[in-house]
Design a protein around this ligand. Structure first.
Ligand SMILES: [Zn+2]
Length: 138
């Protein structure tokens, strides 16, 4: 299980986004997924083919079945770095407040080889090396 540490302000921010998810919808699919936000008490960070990965107000990162061929009930833990980090990177695009949860770029970091590669443009493949951060530790 992955749980990020949320400062009180961010905890309150996430809790408010969960409660107000439907009224704050800016895309049709936000409205479609609003019932699951309430049911699983998590804001969606990233949507994959079969699963959505979301963040709960206590900092736990969870996933749930969306259009799965073998759907499962409830939420499952997220374990892989690629899954939780790419979800936070994507979520921070919608809510810049979540940038506080991303790792700080160290001075010795270098630009990832995915930068400028159209295969890894937003909405396409997520780079397995940097998970969307666009930098890697040298
Ligand atoms: Zn990369």
């Amino acid at each position: 299980m992955v749980q990020v540490t949320l400062l009180p302000e961010l905890l309150a921010f996430i809790a408010a986004r969960i409660v107000n998810y439907e009224t704050e919808a800016t895309e049709p699919f936000h409205r479609w997924e609003a019932p699951t936000v309430g049911e699983f008490a998590a804001v969606p960070l990233i949507r994959h083919w079969y699963e959505t990965i979301g963040l709960r107000a206590d900092g736990e990162i969870v996933r749930w079945s969306t259009d799965h061929r073998e759907p499962y009930l409830g939420v499952r833990p997220v374990e892989e770095r690629y899954d939780w980090l790419s979800a936070l990177v994507e979520g921070a695009r919608r809510w810049p407040e979540l940038r506080a949860l991303l790792p700080t770029r160290p001075a010795r970091a270098t630009a990832c080889q995915c930068v400028g590669n159209p295969m890894f443009a937003a909405g396409k493949f997520i780079c397995p090396a940097c998970c969307g951060l666009e930098w890697v530790e040298a």
